[in-house]
Every structure is written in structure tokens, then in C-alpha cells.
Design a protein around this ligand. Sequence first.
Ligand code: NAG
Ligand code: NAG
Ligand code: NAG
Ligand code: NAG
Ligand code: NAG
Ligand code: CA
Length: 633
Amino acid sequence: MSCKYRIWVAENIYSLITKIILYLLFCAMHISLKIFIFLLEILFLQGHEISKPPHIIFIYADDLGMNDISLRGSPQIPTPNIDALGLNGLVLDNYYGEWLCTPSRGAFLTGKYPIRLGLQHSAFNVGEASGLPLKEVILPQQLKKLGYQTHIVGKWHLGYQTKEFTPTYRGFDSHLGYYTGFIDYYDHTIYEDTGLSIKPYYFGLDLHNGSKILRNQQGKYATHLFTETAEQIIRHHDTSKPLFLYLAHVAAHAGNFFKPEQAPPEVISKFKYIEDLNRRIHAAVISILDDSVGTVFRALHGKNMLRNSIVLFVSDNGAEVDPKSSGHGSNYPLRGNKCTPWEGGIRLPAIVWSPLLNLKKPRIAQQLMHVTDWLPTFYRAAGGDPSDLGSLDGFDMWDSLLYDSASPRTNMLQNLDPIDGTSAFRLGDLKVVNGSTGNGFDSWYGPSGLERFNGPATFEWIFMEGSVVAQVLKKMGMWIAENQRDTYERLRIRCQQPPPEIAYNGCHADKNPCLFNITDDPCEYKNIADEYPEMVAKMMDLINMYKEEMMEPQSKPSDSEGDPMCHNFLVVPWLDPDNYVKCDFAEGSTANGGLSLKVNATNSEGPTHIKIAIHWLYAFLILTIINKNQSVR
Ligand SMILES: *[C@@H]1O[C@H](CO)[C@@H](O)[C@H](O)[C@H]1NC(C)=O
Ligand SMILES: *[C@@H]1O[C@H](CO)[C@@H](O)[C@H](O)[C@H]1NC(C)=O
Ligand SMILES: *[C@@H]1O[C@H](CO)[C@@H](O)[C@H](O)[C@H]1NC(C)=O
Ligand SMILES: *[C@@H]1O[C@H](CO)[C@@H](O)[C@H](O)[C@H]1NC(C)=O
Ligand SMILES: *[C@@H]1O[C@H](CO)[C@@H](O)[C@H](O)[C@H]1NC(C)=O
Ligand SMILES: [Ca+2]
């Protein structure tokens, strides 16, 4: 409506006067309406930061299974802060990630399936010259367009061959953390199997503050270091600007194989009722992760940011359950392991808490959702128009979550690995699984977590030691949890018959695709492919269509010049001119570009094996010094 009216076209004086009167009336109405709206805004909107983009705090757990937190599973590992967030917010019951770290993180930051990024086969190794393609404009860059300050704390795992691949060159204002897949919880080194014949392991310190190596934190427990860093970021944040904080913890991933998961002894001893020592340590690691959620929440409260925040807690992929791979997590009763297309590998704990959701009571969100959906959803929640983001696989879920309406997502590519020959696809209730399903981890793995307990989690037991999140919510009058016992009951995943032994023999995906009705059979017991051959054919056709659009998997062996040993045992962007050194031990670089040097191992002065031995002795000494400051289990 605008105050323009054509009064000049009048046949006579009377009609002119009438028109002038009409014009004045119209303008008066227009102006008073504007004043009325303005008054309304003053009355109702003042004090609410409704027009400001919300702060987005994304807490990412690593390899945390559905049955590793009390909210979704057994009471074995009480997580009172995570639970309080879920019991007062949205628990996403049908949330899916990718099956592994690198693909999940790539999908999160780009809104695209890993097949479009070359991330569909594996996670990046130390010194591997692969990376999230530089042409992608990623989440922090998009949020910066809307005025956000952006920070990442913890794990990156999306490539670091040159500095351009590292977080602070890709839209993050700061990064304190590591570039590779995991680090030791105390000394922050990585010792990783490269699969190379001459040097089967790479070893180095991987902790950075921006582009600087962070040396003075050795002996500091990683979850504590990352939590304190997040706290500092919040404390120093200029609240006139929206904050995007991506807190990507090492917990509950295993560290180096000789000392996989670690936690302070006093925390481990809280879990004496768990008989298996390794599971007990796993519980301690998760308990400290839970504390971290409380600490971050309290920091947001302290800075008066909570009312305009979206706080999320999400896992990147399912738990590692193989003790041979240092795995003591549990996806039970879901089928399979991390690295598999089974539900246990990809259906994950996920919570959204925010006053912007206007929840009057907590909700279990049934909408189908995938890790690629966060980018358009956040962009929209921040006031942006997701259609500006170009072509994505992700959907804007904001309205569905806000109004509990149907998910715009009706299907989902869940795996398409042309090297292992694995694929899975979800269409409505149905899921097809085809090809190899991941190192034989096709069964159901415990612990169920119900050992020594006679029933489901009880609210009283889980909250026995208190919960910072609960305290803050109650203090702010924002505690809306009700019928907690009932909520816990509804959040437990229930399998149907038949028992697993029969189910196990019912599906041979390496021979013929299997089909499951996930809504009816979340534990993938009953292969119904024979009953719906036309559905199987249709879904396999859809997978094959994606195959056409696929980028070649980037996966390649670690670069011999990327060996941290060549850089004083530091994990650095080895192909960067600043760091580039001609490495004595290189068998030949796999990297492209002018910097790549091919040096024959035997060409360097002196016998190679003696040099390698000397370096290992050096590494051993460094580790010994570092370990002096560690707490002993
Ligand atoms: C990391 O770098 C920032 C900025 O240079 C500095 O303020 C901060 O204290 C550093 N953190 C650590 C743990 O050294
Ligand atoms: C399905 O699995 C079979 C057997 O492993 C394989 O030959 C075929 O290529 C797979 N199809 C797709 C689309 O992955
Ligand atoms: C899958 O299960 C749901 C829930 O029981 C049911 O409504 C739906 O009809 C089933 N779909 C098929 C194809 O069997
Ligand atoms: C490496 O060694 C092979 C055979 O020993 C030789 O043919 C080749 O030229 C050498 N490459 C370089 C870069 O010296
Ligand atoms: C070990 O800890 C002591 C005291 O906390 C500190 O002074 C020293 O610098 C640390 N040494 C190393 C190698 O981190
Ligand atoms: Ca992971």
C-alpha cells in the first residue's frame, strides 16, 4: 500500500474536491495503519531479539552411537545435560548422518551428498592429498554473508595439503583443533595406519591454533581444551553479531590404538558398575562430553545469548563396536557398525534446542532428516533464502521443525561407494541395501546397556548428580519437560520379531539387494525384497541415476612427503610453500602440481632404514616427555 493517488485527472471542480477528500482520507488511513503497526511492534516485539539472526551452536560428537547416551538407550551411561536439552527441545527420531567422519562432515558443511564431493569411499588419512573441493562455498562462508562470526573448535578432517584447505581459509574466523581423523586425548598426536608398505604408520602432533602449531597444551585433556576454548569464544563474543560455533569434539572416537580412549581416573571410577573396563572408559569419555554440553550452555546463559540461540547436539556417524578397532560403543538394538549402511551406522542421536521453536512441551520429531539438511535449514533460520545456495541435496527443514509439518525430504541416498560396491537408498518407509555391507559387521552388537539394570532409564537416576542444563533452564523459567518417564519410554528403539539369528540369514546383499520397512522394522530383521520386487528395481534405478552424477572418489594413499616425520613430527600442510621440504624418505609423491618431487628412497645419502630408526627413536623420546604430564589411569 502506498500513498500515491492520481488526483489530477478530474472532469470538474466537484469531482476534484471529492478526489482531494478521498486522497486525504486514504493517506490518513495509511499513516495511522503504519503508526498502529509500529506501536504493535513496540508493544510485543521489544525485548525479543526476533529480527536478529540466531546464534547457532553446533556440538558434534564423534562416533557416538544411539545406545551411548541415556536419552536414547539404556541407563548405562547417564548424560543429564544432553538429556535435559532433548527433554526440553526436539529430539530428531529419524535423523541420518553418513557412515563415516569425512563424508559426514563434508555433507554437513556443503549440503551435498558425498558422491558429489569425491568423499564416498573413505575418510582422509594423515598426509593424504585429498580435500573438500575448494570450489565449494561452505556453511561458514554462507553464514558470513548474513553477518555471522564463525568459529570451529576441534576436528576438521576435510583435508590440509595446503593452507587453503584448512578451516581458517574456508570461512572460519578461528580454529583451535586438529586436521586429521583423531588425536590422543592427552598428547594430541596421531599415530595412523597408512597402508603403505615401507612406512605403514605416520605419527605426529596435530594441534593447531589457526595456522600455528599449538605446543603448550600437551597433557591437557582434549575435551576440556575444546570446551574451554568454546567458553572463551562465547565470553568474548560481540553479541551484536550472530555467532556460529562448530564444536567438533574428539569424544567418543578412539585415539591412537595403543592408548585408544582415555579419561581422568576419577571419572572412570564413577562407572564401576560397568564390568568391561574399556566400556567403562568409554562411559567416562561420554560423561565428560556431556559435561561439555552443560558448560557451553551455561556460558551462553552467562552472556545472555540463550534466548536467541539454537543449540544442537548431533553425532557424525554410528559407534565403532569392534574391539579390534578400539571400539566400545553401542548402536544396539540397531543393526551394524560405523562404516556400514545399516541403521546402526547412520541413524543417529540428534537434538535441536531453541526458544525460537516456541515449544510449549517437548517433542519427538518424526520428520526424515539428513546431515545435508543443516546448511539450508540454518541459512533459512538465519533469515536467508535457501534458494540463494544453489543446487543442494539438502532440504530446508526449518518450517517442518517449527510447525511439526511433513518433511520435505521423502528419500535419501544413504551410501554409494563404487570401490567397495556398497549402496543403500531410502524411499519413504523403505530402504534398499545392496552389495558389500562393511567388513562383515552385519549383525547386532551390544552391550545392550541393560546389564545389571532391570528396566529403562529413570529420570531420577540419570539426574542424580545434577545437570547444568536443567539448572539453567529452570532458572530461566524455560523448563518444559513433562512426563519424563514416558518420554524416555517413547525414545527407546523397539525391534520387532523375528529374532536376529533368523534375520541374519535372511539378507545376502552381496548377492541380491535387500529391502526393509524401516518404519515397521527399525532393526532391519526382515528382508522383504521378495515381496516387493518392483520397489527394489525402482530404488536400484534411482541409485544408478545418482551413479551417473558421481564424482570419482578422491581416496588415495598417503603422500610420502606428507609424513609428519618429514616435518619434525608435526602435522602441517605439507604441500604449502611455507612448509615444503624435500623429504628424505619420499617414495614418490602422489600429489599433483609443480611442488611434487619424486625422490627415490635409495637416492638419499646414507641407508634409509638407519635414518628411519633414528627418527623413531626421536619420536619415542618426544612421546616419553609428553607422557610425563599425563594423568595415569
Ligand atoms: C589461540 O590464538 C588466539 C589468537 O591468536 C589467542 O588469543 C589464544 O590465546 C590462543 N589459544 C591458545 C590456547 O594458545
Ligand atoms: C549391487 O550389488 C551388486 C553385487 O555386489 C553389484 O554387482 C552392483 O554393482 C551393485 N549395484 C549398485 C547400483 O551399487
Ligand atoms: C511399512 O510399515 C508401515 C508401518 O507399519 C506401514 O504403514 C506401511 O504400509 C509399510 N509399507 C510397506 C510397503 O509395507
Ligand atoms: C629412481 O630409480 C629408478 C630405478 O632405480 C630410476 O629408473 C629412476 O630414474 C629414479 N628416479 C629418480 C627421480 O631418481
Ligand atoms: C608439565 O607440567 C608442568 C607443570 O604443570 C609444566 O611446568 C611443564 O611445562 C609441562 N611440561 C610439558 C612438556 O608439557
Ligand atoms: Ca566419526
